[in-house]
Design a protein around this ligand. Sequence first.
Ligand code: ADP
Length: 676
Amino acid sequence: MILPAAIKADKIDKSDTTLLVFRGDYNYPPLEYLDENGQPAGFTVELMKAVSEVMGINMDIRLGPWYIVKEELQKGKIDGLIAMYQSKNREENFDFGTPYLYMYHSFFANKDNTFKNIENLDKLEQPVVILQNSSYLQQFVLSYNKNAKFIIVDTQVEALRLLAGNKYDFALLPSLQGSYLIDKYKLSNIKRIDQDLLPRGYGFALKKGDTLTMNRLNQGVEIIKANGKFDEIYNKWFGKYNENDFRQFFNKYLLLPLIIVVLAFILTIVAVFILRRRVFEQTRQLNLELSYRKKTEEQLKIQKERAEESDRLKSAFLANMSHEIRTPMNAILGFANLLGEEGISPEEQKEYTELINLNSKVLLELINDIIDVAKIEARQLKILKEPFQLNQFLNELYKVFSETLKRQEKNNIQLRLKIPESINEITLNTDSFRLRQILNNLLGNAIKFTHQGFIEFGYNISDDMLQFYVKDSGIGISEDKKELIFSRFRQVDESHTRNYGGTGLGLSISAGLIKLLDGDIWVDSASGKGSVFYFTIPFEQAEFIEKKPNPSTPKKINGLKILIAEDIIHNFQLIESFLKKENTHLLHALNGMEAIGIFQKNPDIDLVLMDIRMPVMNGFEALEGIRKINPDIPVIALTAYAMTDDLNKLKQAGFNDHIVKPVSREAFFEAIQAYA
Ligand code: ADP
């Protein structure tokens, strides 16, 4: 331990060996008292001995009754007292050394007493406090509760014993001695209340004016405090209670600031945490908003592009459509006019009629295409599977397209049909009408986009799928257009100066149909290198049942009396011309109402042909009226509505059959013969 320079041990002058006579209280344990051998003992005794030793002082310490030893000093009979509380009064009679202890008083009470703070003493009606006779202490207690009563005792031990009897509220005693005595006499039902009261300096006292001794003793106390001797003595006597002291000191001086600092720290951390969370939350929100905005912007951009694209497509489609309609219309009107001119030869007449027919078919195909697209989109297109013979079917197609090539004078294109050699015939169960539509479209395209070389079509069987192909040596399709040609209205060349006609509907219809048939379509092609269109459909074989020709056909329709309800006069005339050579009796009604009237007057009518859309009364209502007169009369609907839904409606209404307009001769006779 390093000592201050002024009090270095080797600088101490130990030459003065004059005997100093010191006295102390013989009954103030554990500070000073006579032990069982009658020898001075206690904290202050040992302390003064240590100070004497370190300072080389020759000191005689004896103990006696307090009032005597105090008087001896007052009269100057002795040099000093080893310990005395400092007070203003006493300072007039004695000189005090620097206090080596700060002593407190405490309230002592029974263990189960919940009293904690002297500030609350006034809450008790009349507290009874045991204490040694001291007006100073009484005044102190009365300042908190003026009704307090006192029990005065001679010794601290007596005070504690009285308190242990559980009759009185408190004992007010010096803290250290109180704790020491409780321990010593094992007064386990008494506790010290944790509150330090009346701090007072406690140290040695000298007769007035002995500055030399005063300095030596003060110096000695400082040395033993610095070299650890003081702590050693203190711990020996009060170590047990030291902890308590420290806790009190801690509670008194450090606890509150520490709590404030800790709270402030926690608050700061909480505030920082909350702020960070807020910042984090706001950043997250902002990021979300930002990405949401970005997404919305992107979507808007995509939608705008789509709208522009669809606008552009719509214009292109309308232009195409207009072109595709006008071309055959032009031919139909032109040749129809020529037919009306005078002096045309029978050959010319035949040629013009054929051309009008051909162009009408083109127009009708276009309308069928549009209806098919609408049906596919509305999921109204129904697949009707029935067994048929595939190879025979393909051979028929081959013949038709050979004819087409010839008619179009594309003699430099070779048409080939490749059927796997091992397969003689297959009875396939699928919708042959739709399969024909798909192959018609693919072969039609192949012819359209091929100028020379070959067109080959056929199929292969792999697992449970049939894979068809249509291969050509035509203009091919560039990589970037391969996907889009399957979308409706899309063509490789979408400019207004196209080399090839078409509406861009064929492949999208084919793809739609193949999907309905549970298959797939794709193309393998490169610009200028020809194309191969592949498509698959499930390979479902079935037993082929040949359709027996209806034995009752062709029935004689001679002599039939037919009522035709049709508001458009030309349509009536067309039917009239079909039946010109047959010996039939035709009645014409211009609307449903008229039809009912005529039917009523002619109960011998054999058959009714009923247009659906008519003024005054439509075909459905007229059917109802007619059936009321004769529930069994066959009524065939004449309709331009060809959608599945429309046809179902006709069935539900009770029509026996229907003929779809434009009415072909074959379809017409097929329908009416069933009712002849
Ligand atoms: P359309 O033939 O009426 O234009 P499609 O839907 O049948 O309509 O075909 C779409 C487009 O696909 C055609 O316009 C053409 O650009 C391209 N295409 C189709 N088949 C072939 C083919 N065999 N060779 C080259 N291009 C083709």
